[in-house]
Design a binder for this molecule. Structure first.
Ligand code: GCO
Length: 482
């Protein structure tokens, strides 16, 4: 422990702030410069990191855990780009003490993680697996011992396979199954864990897992997407109702992927497609949650699934909204696309992108937060995911140089300060991700971590981006609000 801490502290001392953005900028000189300057956030701003159970835990058959849909999917030949699975991932189930110590050394105040439903209720319903909850008990106590506030997410896509075999998100009963699971988890941990997110990115899970089929459980088609989306919305509201009041001081919310959607051209067909895509990705969750109705464009398509009382249930008041922001999408009309006859189109010339081709726009994060301020009642918001995938070099002297990711984070933290200055109720920022991890259909080959994981040795190595965040938050903590 001492050696790792020494390494980190000496690397922190070596990583001087002023040099980083310049070095980072040199790396991205070809792309248009992102907003200049050092981020300035309020003293009470929460600085954190984010992960998810299936992507980091491993130990998929330990402690009473049974398979999830991602265990089945990742073991299906051809489904994962590099043939890896989450069987081991970052082995966080066993290595969490060191990972928590690393978070403490970096100076993180918050940690957003998800519970694995198949660890807590291995069959999805029925008996609670005490050993499963014991793991999260230990994790939470370790975090609190280092002064790190846990934020728990109840569902980050790893549905127990036993429930998939009963229809999964196509079965309306899943809202009740989810409520029982949520109740068991919050009952056990809610005395120490206060912020609880019900779901992670319901629209993405519905679109990729039940529409495109390139995520678990690999289902396809419009009707499949609509059923999953409505039942995810319903489960979210049912879960909030089930756990409200179980412990004093609970802060209940959910996490949505939100992005600005632009037409790929000024062709009226692309403009109309962008509006449909915005409805399927963004407002399909926002409108029922905050306005108790589905977006006009798809109200008719969802109507057959909506039973009396559903929209009131989905509109359950929340204490906070988690926003996962990565960048905008540019959408074209695509007649054969299942999702609103819309699909991703060409980016504007010279648009900076990450390794995955995702367009970079820190301004887009301001725009998303301003939309919440202007159209959805300006709820308390945390950026619960923001980060970038790049090819990282090997470590040198105990640090991985990732200037492009460092610049991405700096620009988006500047944008966070701008959003607050414009009256958005942004309360914190959790970088995606603490660790390189199992990146779904991309496997382990695509890295988002601010800490490198050598998956063969499981060695953790801080990246320049982690040291940048650490220096920034330590410099800003306790500073008077701007
Ligand atoms: C998501 C998920 C994360 C991903 C991250 C990078 O937003 O898709 O919440 O699990 O790993 O966003 O794709």
């Amino acid at each position: 422990m001492l050696r790792r801490r020494d390494l980190l502290l000496s690397a922190l001392a070596a990583a001087s702030l002023p040099a980083l953005p310049l070095m980072a900028r040199a790396q991205t000189a070809a792309a248009p410069l992102l907003p200049a300057g050092t981020p300035r956030l309020p003293a009470e701003f929460v600085w954190g990191a984010s992960t998810s159970a299936y992507q980091i835990e491993g130990a998929v058959a330990e402690g009473g855990r049974k398979p999830s849909i991602w265990d089945v999917f990742s073991h299906t030949p051809g489904r994962i780009a590099d043939g890896t699975t989450g069987d081991v991932a970052c082995d966080h189930y066993h290595r969490y003490p060191d990972d928590v110590a690393l978070m403490g050394d970096l100076g993180l105040q918050g940690y957003r993680f998800s519970l694995a439903w198949p660890r807590v209720m291995p069959d999805g319903t029925g008996p609670v697996n005490a050993a499963g909850l014991d793991f999260y008990d230990r994790l939470v106590d370790s975090l609190l011992a280092r002064g790190i506030q846990p934020m728990a997410c109840l569902y980050h896509w790893d549905l127990p396979q036993a429930l998939q075999e009963r229809g999964g998100w196509h079965n309306r009963d899943i809202a009740l199954w989810f409520a029982d699971y949520a109740r068991a988890a919050v009952q056990r941990l809610g005395d120490r864990v206060k912020p609880w997110a019900m779901l992670n990115e319901p629209s993405v899970h519905a679109i990729f897992g039940h529409g495109f089929g390139n995520h678990a459980p690999g289902l396809t088609g419009w009707d499949s997407y609509v059923k999953a989306q409505h039942h995810l919305n319903l489960a979210q509201g049912t879960g909030i109702a089930a756990v409200t009041g179980l412990h004093p001081g609970l802060k209940l919310g959910t996490v949505l992927s939100l992005q600005p959607i632009f037409p790929a051209s000024q062709d009226p067909a692309d403009i109309a497609a962008a509006a449909r895509f915005d409805a399927c990705w963004n407002t399909i969750n926002l409108d029922p949650l905050f306005h108790g109705r589905y977006p006009e464009l798809f109200a008719e398509a969802f109507a057959p699934l909506v039973k009396p009382g559903d929209l009131e249930t989905i509109r359950a008041p929340i204490d906070f909204l988690g926003v996962n922001y990565y960048g905008p999408s540019y959408i074209k009309h695509e007649p054969n696309a299942f999702l609103g006859q819309a699909s991703w189109g060409a980016l504007p010339p010279d648009t900076p992108t990450t390794l995955l081709g995702w367009p970079i726009s820190a301004q887009g994060m301001v725009d998303v937060l301003a939309r919440l301020r202007d159209t959805y009642g300006n709820p308390p918001v945390f950026i619960t995911e923001n980060g970038a995938c790049y090819e990282d070099p090997a470590p040198v002297d105990g640090v991985v140089a990732d200037p492009a990711r460092t610049e991405y984070l700096r620009a988006h933290l500047v944008a966070a300060g701008e959003a607050i200055a414009q009256g958005c109720a942004l309360k914190g920022y959790y970088v995606w991700s603490l660790l390189d991890n199992f990146e779904w259909a991309e496997g382990e080959r695509r890295r988002f971590g601010v800490v490198r994981v050598d998956f063969a040795s499981q060695q953790r190595t801080p990246k320049q981006s982690a040291l940048y965040l650490s220096s920034l938050m330590k410099a800003q903590r306790g500073r008077a609000a701007p």
